[in-house]
Write a protein that binds this ligand. Sequence first.
Ligand code: N7H
Length: 464
Amino acid sequence: SLDIDNIQSDILVGMHKNTELFFFFHVNNAATFKSKLASDIVPIITTTTEILSVNTQPITAVNIAFSHTGLVTLGVTDDLGDSNFVAGQYADVHNASFVIGDDPSTWNAAFAGTNIHGVFLLASDTAANIASELANIQSILGSSITEIYRLNGAARPGAEQGHEHFGFMDGISQPAVNGFTNPVLPGQTSVDPGTFLLGETGDPGLDLRPTWAKDGSFLVFRQLQQLVPEFNQFLTDHPLDVGELTPEQGSELLGARMVGRWKSGAPIFLSPTADDPVLAADPNRNNNFTYLLDVPDPGTENHFNQTNCPFGAHIRKVHPRGDLDPAAENSHFIIRSSIPYGPEVTAAETASSTTSIDRGLAFVSYQASIFNGFMFLQSIWINNVGFIFGKVDPTIGVDPIIGTLGGGPKNISGLNPLVPVDESSDFHDDPWNDVVIPRDYVISRGGEYFFSPSLSGLGAIAAA
Ligand code: N7H
């Protein structure tokens, strides 16, 4: 079993709070910083054990992670065995081999380059608690750090709690971690802890890691802006004309087929024509499916039938349950710990169908290999018009929610459930590509790659 007293809380369970601050900093004085890290910061870092029980949860949970330049600044020169981490996320904007799809001109200046050395994650029930913990940390560290940027995340209010800004329930599907997750829910895939934690069984870089890096994880942070009124206008303008649906229902269906789940969270594969909030709320059923059809000739049907779920639906692109062989699928799991940022859409924004206030998702994923995790999903699956591989249609399209073709229009096949269910149809004709998404509704504002060490690993960094 895992040493969960030594693993930071966000990696395996998340922060379990409704407000979260991402505080990005630069280290000015490494010696002072390291001495305070050992004496005063490590003792306030929240462990996995602490977050698991309400009795031991702190008022404000605190995690810390470092970029590569941050570690170097602190005198840590060990190679962690991850080249994406070493180069930093900004370098991957210009990566010609693996396209994450970002336009550098939309990046927040704070993220451009490698100026960020570390990030504090502070999570609590109220912004006031976070402000007071931040003040505490700033008084401990004094002028040894400078703030570079901050992003305030918060759960959406009222009935939208748990839903991201487009309105879809988030945080439903996570991989189970062998030796940790208990119980494993129906439909959850169990993977080795080394998929997420360095130095554990299944770590793809097991031989490369310095001992102090054990039980740390790479944290990918992305500020993903969402153009909510524009997205809603697109759905309103393109209701799917299927059966007896009203235009409103046709628009709902289009959104659900882009995501792969209804706004409630119910998977469209199990409930293809209408939302099912009871299914959505049942953890024993809401993940219990693959995309393999239960029909007389599934081998053939699975290659072209998109009636229940488009090949390109967001949750199918990033977790193609059963579409690939298990080995190919299971090495690309990430643990997500994202939270929305920014206010609710205003009446003026709705009326004009135009975003004027920045809002979106403060995306966080954990993985033991940035390439196998975030990078692979983003470049080989999400932004690849040919993925899911092996289907009859060779131009499935990019992920309709977060995929990009340089900001331009995206042809996505299978969004309309009435696309051919007959293999003899000419799949190069328009019916496969009958919904064109005119622009991106998710825009990257930048991010960075970090390493979230174990508590003993933080001690080793302080002593470096
Ligand atoms: Fe996604 N969305 O609201 O449409 N995502 N995502 N994501 N995402 C998921 O199952 C969304 C993003 C994954 O196991 C749900 O928990 C939005 C990135 C993975 O079946 C919804 C953004 C990456 C899963 C959304 C965004 C991923 C997942 C369903 C950006 C990886 C689990 C809720 C603004 C690089 C899939 C759930 C599975 C689920 C949305 C970003 C990956 C509703 C709006 C960048 C692996």
